[in-house]
Design a protein around this ligand. Structure first.
Ligand code: FE2
Length: 280
């Protein structure tokens, strides 16, 4: 018998301006309280109004102590970093970037042929023992993300396992489950999520019943305790990102694009940035 997780919190994203003047919808941001441990931030960028003019994006900025996960649905993000990596994250692609001890990078959203940009960025924490690890990328093109399609469900699995399908992103400290789930009307989806793991859903299209709670897009939900997540649809379809992982239960010290465990480590990071030793 499944212990279905109820919905313990519903968050309506707020508009914020980030980077060089990019308007986004932010649901969660790094805070000392760390209530979504191991997840730190969830941003949704959707620039679908041509009168917004040229996009300014996110010029060179550093990260340390976290992983940033970019998932594009429409348009693209060009990416370039201090280690010489560069590339394009196109529709359906994922970039899972483990910043570890540090990178400096630039992320510039570009409109697709439809004129739209639509995507998400999730920040996942690293445990103390990996905060200064070597930076690493897992870049996954749309065609290599496996899709489960059956009984009204269409599920793209980025990380973790759903209905026997394992996503291509592996060896992540938080043991994450990250998937794009679409449910047709009159469909039921049940997914095991280990007890003690944090489970979230970012509902971005349509509406569904999460546990016993009807939810309309756009909202971020946090699930309570249990061993499974259940989502049902009635007359509408729903689409959401399912996000789950094991909490690290360590204190965090967030400071802009850095998340360390102590303020001393943040001060050390700022000293390294100033004296040019941040990139090892
Ligand atoms: Fe970044």
């Amino acid at each position: 018998m499944n212990k279905i997780r109820s919905v313990s919190q519903i968050i309506k994203p707020e508009y914020v301006i980030e980077g060089a003047g990019v308007l986004l919808q932010r649901s969660i941001a790094p805070k000392k309280s760390n209530e979504f441990d191991p997840f730190l931030l969830f941003d949704h960028f959707a620039f679908n109004d041509p009168i917004e003019g040229p996009l300014r994006g996110f010029p060179m900025h550093p990260h340390r102590g976290i992983e940033t996960v970019t998932y594009m649905l429409d348009g693209a993000t060009t990416h370039r970093d201090s280690l010489g990596n560069s590339g394009l994250i196109g529709p359906g692609d994922v970039q899972w970037m483990t910043s570890g001890r540090g990178i400096l990078h630039e992320e510039m959203p570009r409109r697709g042929p439809s004129g739209n940009i639509y995507g998400f960025q999730l920040w996942v924490n690293l445990p103390a023992k990996l905060k200064m690890t070597t930076p690493r990328y897992q870049e996954v093109s749309a065609s290599t993300i496996p899709t489960f399609e059956r009984d009204g469900m269409k599920i793209r699995v980025v990380a973790g396992t759903i209905h026997g399908i394992t996503g291509p992103v592996t060896e992540i400290a938080a043991s994450p489950l990250y998937a794009d789930v679409e449910l047709a009307p009159d469909t039921e989806f049940i997914q095991p999520v280990p007890e003690g793991h944090t489970a979230l859903a970012y509902v971005f299209e349509g509406e569904g019943v999460f546990a016993d709670q009807p939810v309309e897009s756009v909202k971020l939900l946090k699930f309570g305790e249990g061993d499974s997540v259940r989502v049902k649809t009635e007359n509408s379809s729903v689409r959401f990102m399912l996000i789950a992982g094991a909490p690290f239960k360590e204190p965090i010290a967030p400071y802009g694009p850095f998340v360390m465990n102590t303020m001393e480590e943040i001060q050390q990071t700022l000293i390294e940035l100033r004296n040019g030793t941040f990139i090892k």
